[in-house]
Write a protein that binds this ligand. Structure first.
Ligand SMILES: [Zn+2]
Length: 412
């Protein structure tokens, strides 16, 4: 960690080396008025807060990521580029008229004050130890604009593969169809909770402390491993189910539906279920909201309990598990024909014999052979409807395949 005092002229010259928006930064938000106030402070040589930059080694040399000071930096660059002027009601500076002036119109004495104004910059070396870095970053992020950063903004500042994966998942179009928006990284937050649930294999506590622990202990997370792929599959499924903006998709509902979809994709024949999921869920939400408007004694007690689980401690394991169990019970009652995926995928010897006799001992696929007689040792029992698509391991779903046709069909 080192401290530099850089004149604004240098900060402007270094623009190509400075990345003001590393992905943990909040989006630009300063108004014109706030910008003018900063420039006014600089021209009157008042102090402005320190900036915090992180130095990173890139292929094309050392670059700086701005940890704190993005707004100030942009404001300075934009003023230097003539993007805006000082306000019309600006009082003279050092007795010199400056009102309504852009940088290029300033008196030389005043533009020199601007160019030579010294900004304190604390530069953090990217190579420092992770633990130490965590602390340093946390401390600096707290300083940002005097506001307390939300937990997800801090997590977005934690380097590592989990941070990167959560950012990727947060960009999934499903989130755009939810009721909540992405202010202060809500998509990242909900995405992290889904990842946490997926890694746990089901409902688990997804409070900030749990998510922080997940980010810290998964810095080498493999985005293309089992869990990474599954999270993408579940969100793709949910997007097919909810292809449009759906006001019922509150945060807690997005989490509940994630759990339900994850269960379906894992253990059930889920093909086509996405077509039913959305209309069933919207009907459910409509009726449970109607329940709230009934007189107290007429209300459905189980819906009151369900509502409690959507109102308090929604990030706790008990709440998530309770909501999931409630929804699963309703979903599977509504769609009783959804079958568990068969756990047996190999035909028994008895079934094989039955299939062989039934098929007359010849290949029944005949895409890569001439359909000639096969000997007992050289054929495969093939699922007509593939096992992966829910085809059962029953004789009626079996057929004879010669090695060539079986191979061309892929795993059945
Ligand atoms: Zn064949």
């Amino acid at each position: 960690m080192s401290k530099k005092t850089l004149p604004i002229a240098t900060i402007c010259a270094w623009m190509p080396r400075i990345d003001p928006t590393p992905d943990y930064q909040r989006p630009p938000a300063w108004s014109r008025k706030q910008k003018q106030l900063l420039i006014d402070s600089i021209l009157r040589e008042y102090d402005i807060p320190k900036m915090y930059w992180r130095s990173v080694d890139r292929d094309d040399g050392v670059k700086y990521e701005v940890i704190d000071g993005q707004q100030r930096l942009r404001t300075i660059w934009e003023f230097r580029d003539g993007k805006y002027a000082l306000p019309r009601d600006t009082d003279p500076i050092q007795g010199i008229e400056c009102s309504g002036k852009k940088y290029d119109d300033l008196d030389m004495d005043i533009s020199t004050v601007f160019d030579s104004y010294a900004v304190d910059v604390v530069i953090i070396d990217d190579a420092i130890q992770t633990d130490e870095e965590d602390e340093v970053r946390d401390m600096f992020l707290r300083l940002q604009n005097g506001t307390t950063l939300k937990a997800q903004e801090k997590r977005n500042a934690m380097p590592g593969q989990m941070r990167n994966f959560a950012r990727e998942i947060a960009a999934h179009p499903f989130f755009e169809n939810c009721k909540f928006n992405n202010s202060r990284f809500t998509f990242d937050h909900v995405a992290s909770q889904m990842i946490c649930i997926e890694i746990a294999g089901g409902p688990t506590s997804v409070r900030d402390s749990d998510l922080n622990r997940m980010y810290r202990s998964n810095t080498a997370f493999d985005a293309n491993g089992k869990h990474g792929k599954k999270v993408r599959r579940v969100l793709d499924y949910l997007l097919r189910a909810f292809p449009e903006k759906t006001p019922e998709l509150e945060r807690y509902n997005a989490i509940s539906l994630y759990c339900l979809a994850s269960t379906l994709l894992e253990g059930y024949v889920h093909l086509g279920t996405e077509n039913h999921l959305a209309s069933w869920f919207i009907d459910f939400e409509t009726s449970r909201r109607a329940n709230d408007h009934l007189d107290e004694e007429e209300r459905d007690a189980s819906l009151i309990e369900y509502k409690r689980m959507t109102s308090y401690s929604t990030d706790a394991e008990e709440s998530i598990r309770g909501r999931l169990e409630f929804l699963e019970k309703l979903f599977f009652s509504k769609f009783p024909d959804i079958e568990p995926r068969d756990t047996i995928r190999t035909f028994t010897p008895e079934q094989r014999l039955a299939i062989f006799r039934r098929g007359g001992g010849v290949c029944q696929i005949v895409t890569h052979c001439d359909g000639g007689k096969l000997s007992w040792g050289e054929w495969h029992a093939d699922h007509i409807t593939p096992h992966t698509k829910g085809g059962k391991t029953v004789v009626s779903n079996g057929q004879i395949a010669c090695p060539a046709c079986n191979l061309s069909k892929g795993s059945g």
